[in-house]
Design a protein around this ligand. Structure first.
Ligand code: ATP
Length: 327
């Protein structure tokens, strides 16, 4: 163990994701077990600049594992993008005698942490916290499992009300530039079509699907659309479908932020606990500027620069399979 570290800071940054609290809890409990003090930094980098710190003890993180959101709050902070902003943050950390950090966030947060180390030598370990699952260096990110379960639950409810004829239900899900959420939700929701940014011929397939009148007369169809899809989202696809097939009754539901909320699933709680634990163990062993992840069941540490620069791709076989199962 690297005995230089006596006191660490933990913060959540970027978009919130269910399971972040379980991650904070794991960081605090692992550190205190090893005799390391923990300071919670509220509102991410903004709180670092504003001196928004809170001492965290083992009991401070009791009864939060089941809660969505983040007890430390999160923020996006423009000031931290400047050298001056980071210097202010580093000075505040030094005043508080914080000699290591655990950052729960995404690519932007990792970039900030990397710069903080380059300029001020404050070591950080990163934990992937985003519902989008779009981070390299881990099979799953914290919050993804909860988000897809929330979206599938919504689709199941839409199915329940879908009694009438010729109706197409478009469901737009989150995911930013990636289709992980849409792919998982489309497969588990039994969708007829799944629009993701990674695959460009879905519109052609959907149009040819509905050219068959018997399919148009099916009682209902479900189409899942990733918000980052290149057609322009569910409403744009709805417009195209209605133009081609005026007899189709198309309804769109944009699920939006409900996908970010709610109590984390058991899977997200376990993942966040593992990653929180490993991040602290890594810091204490002198590992720095790396994101912790789990790939094929193994704990891996990926350099921030690699985690930020590389993209994680959806398995092409999964896309192929989804097309076959929905035909
Ligand atoms: P999410 O995936 O939820 O968007 P993220 O961590 O990628 O999470 P960002 O908003 O991109 O979210 O970044 C969070 C914060 O990290 C920013 O508000 C900013 O303070 C800091 N940050 C991002 N990019 C940089 C950068 N290039 N240099 C310094 N700090 C940065």
């Amino acid at each position: 163990m690297n005995n230089n570290i006596k006191r660490i800071g933990v913060f959540t940054s970027g978009g919130d994701a269910p399971g972040m609290n379980a991650g904070i809890r794991a960081v605090v409990r692992t550190a205190t077990y090893h005799g390391i003090e923990v300071v919670g930094i509220r509102r991410g980098y903004q709180g670092m600049i504003d001196n928004d710190f809170i001492e965290l003890k083992t009991r401070s993180v009791a009864n939060i594992i089941q809660l969505g959101g983040t007890m430390l709050k999160t923020a996006r902070c423009e000031e931290f993008r400047s050298v001056e902003g980071r210097t202010k943050a580093a000075n505040n950390l030094r005043k508080r005698k914080i000699d290591g950090l655990v950052c729960i966030g995404g690519n932007g947060s990792y970039t900030g942490a990397m710069k903080l180390y380059e300029e001020h030598q404050i070591p950080t370990m990163g934990i992937p916290g985003t519902i989008d699952n779009d981070l390299f260096g881990t099979d799953f990110t914290i919050g993804y499992d909860t988000a897809i379960n929330t979206a599938v639950d919504a689709i199941d409810k839409i199915r329940d009300t879908a009694g009438s004829h010729n109706r197409v239900f478009m469901v737009e899900v989150m995911g930013r530039d990636s289709g992980f959420i849409a792919m998982a939700v489309g497969i588990s929701g039994g969708a007829e079509a799944i629009f993701i940014p990674e695959d460009t011929n879905e519109m052609e397939l959907l149009l040819s699907h509905f050219k068959n009148a018997s399919r148009r007369n099916k009682s209902f169809s479900i189409v899942v659309v990733a918000e980052g899809d290149r057609q322009g989202g569910a409403l744009a696809i709805q417009e195209q479908l209605e133009k081609e097939f005026p007899d189709l009754d198309v309804r769109t539901t944009i699920l939006g932020h409900i996908q970010r909320g709610g109590s984390p699933t058991a899977r997200d709680r376990v993942l966040a606990s593992q990653l929180g634990y490993e991040a602290v163990v890594g810091l204490l062993n002198g590992i720095n500027s790396k994101a912790v992840g789990i790939v094929a069941g193994e704990v891996v540490h990926t350099d921030f620069i690699e985690a930020i620069g590389k993209s994680k791709n959806i398995e092409p076989r999964l896309i192929e399979m989804a097309k076959i199962l929905s035909h």
